[in-house]
Design a protein around this ligand. Structure first.
Ligand code: SF4
Length: 415
């Protein structure tokens, strides 16, 4: 078992805190992820990455990302995890060298040629084995270690008992998914999207065909009626929020949040919730008591019901959304604070979704407790009183009696 704690002055403290690894689909999300507590962020390059629709980063963007991350001692990982075809080979050598020169900490790789090339080029960056390769046992992980790779991102299908065995029997870095969407198929092995829409899920083009509505046939006879709830194969989303302590005790090196396509509100909410939870646990693990407020907070950004996935047992029909998509709107992200004047109590904000006088909003921040207030005073940039904020990205002023600061956010929670 990996050693994660030590006794200092009679109290056990965690000495091996896991990395909190967040997704980002653009620079704005990346900066928010880091400000809200991510130790590292993974992004997709314009080339050689899955999630080709996830507003991927140019080399210039990656450079800016690394410079920003350095200010917070955070790291940038870049996914280079497409399955390479002959037509994709051109430029890969130069691309890897450029990532290394920029200061990228790691690349996440699925294709053996990219692994080989990264090692032949003697790059400083780490090479991480993508979850696309479905590494689910200690022998497979030892294989990757023998190839000189530094970390394995486990398959989402690894349960707690197998994870425990892997952590006990290997000493390579291990990354484990703690939150985000799950595939209904074995991750990295799905052809539904390729079949239905000719968009290759394993080359970044998944059209989420599993979440479509389907008619059900027995032979040639359709057996569902138009009145039936539509049939879908969608999975609930993963959340291990109430198992974080035991994952820290196992010595898991990196906790991964999925969702490069997700919103700014999602990234801020999910990252800050896990940040606070990990820090609270690590400060005093022997007196830690799980507080359901963490789950309450995550649910504000979840648009599907949550599940433990494979963590405790094979998922049952209760972990899936066979007959109902069960997607619900998240609470609406309505403003981002640009500046706060504690004397006038006016917050300069950027509008992100419609809100108006009388709405109840909840402010949240990376390092303070949330608080709610009713919007009672609202001004435009010329300090004229207005009643509604209905222009996206408009700069406005709101009277806020609690303390807020730049980059805090607010969500609409009621009227
Ligand atoms: S179609 Fe569904 S199961 Fe298949 S890769 Fe896409 S999200 Fe995963």
């Amino acid at each position: 078992m990996r050693n994660v704690s030590t006794i200092i002055d009679g109290k056990r403290v965690i000495t091996k805190k896991p990395e909190l690894l967040a997704p980002a689909g653009n620079l704005e999300k990346l900066k928010v992820a880091i400000m809200y507590g991510a130790d590292a962020v993974f992004v997709g390059g314009k080339e050689f990455s899955l999630r080709s629709l996830a507003s991927n980063f140019t080399l210039e963007d990656i450079k800016e990302a690394v410079e920003f991350a350095n200010l917070y001692h955070a790291k940038i990982h870049v996914t280079c995890n497409i399955i390479l075809h002959e037509e994709n080979l051109e430029g890969i050598r130069e691309y890897l060298k450029a990532l290394d020169e920029i200061g990228v900490a790691a690349i996440i790789v699925a294709d053996p040629y990219i692994m080989l090339l990264a090692k032949q080029l003697h790059l400083s960056l780490q090479v991480h084995v993508s979850t696309q390769l479905s590494s689910t046992n200690a022998e497979a992980i030892r294989f990757w270690q023998k190839q000189g790779l530094e970390r394995v991102v486990l398959g989402r299908e690894v349960d707690y008992q197998d994870l425990k065995a892997i952590m006990a029997e290997t000493d390579i870095e291990v990354e484990y998914f703690i939150h985000g969407a799950l595939c209904i198929s074995y991750s990295g092995r799905c052809m539904l999207s390729n079949y239905y829409s000719r968009r290759d899920a394993n080359r970044g083009g998944c059209s989420q065909s599993c979440r479509w509505y389907y008619d059900i046939y027995k032979g040639d006879r359709k057996i569902n009626t138009d009145e039936d709830i539509p049939f879908s194969m969608s999975s609930k989303d993963l959340s291990l929020v109430d198992h974080i302590g035991e994952l820290i005790e196992l010595g898991v090196d990196s906790f991964k949040i999925e969702g490069r396509m997700k919103s700014l509100h999602y990234i801020a909410t999910v990252v800050s919730t896990y940040r606070k939870l990990i820090d609270t646990y690590c400060a005093d693990p022997d007196h830690f008591e799980y507080d359901p407020k963490y789950m309450t907070e995550l649910n504000k950004a979840a648009n599907r019901a949550l599940t433990l996935g494979f963590y405790n047992q094979k998922p049952s029909q209760n972990d899936q959304l066979f007959n109902l998509r069960d997607e619900h709107p998240t609470q609406e992200f309505c403003m981002r604070v640009l500046h706060y004047n504690p004397v006038t109590q006016l917050a300069k904000i950027e509008q992100r979704n419609y809100f108006k006088l009388g709405d109840v909003v909840e402010f949240f921040s990376p390092d303070r407790d949330n608080f709610k207030m009713v919007v009672r005073e609202l001004y435009n940039e010329d300090m004229e009183k207005i009643e509604v904020a209905n222009h996206p990205m408009e700069v406005l002023y709101v009277k806020v009696e609690g303390l807020v600061k730049k980059d805090d956010m607010a969500r609409k929670v009621g009227k």
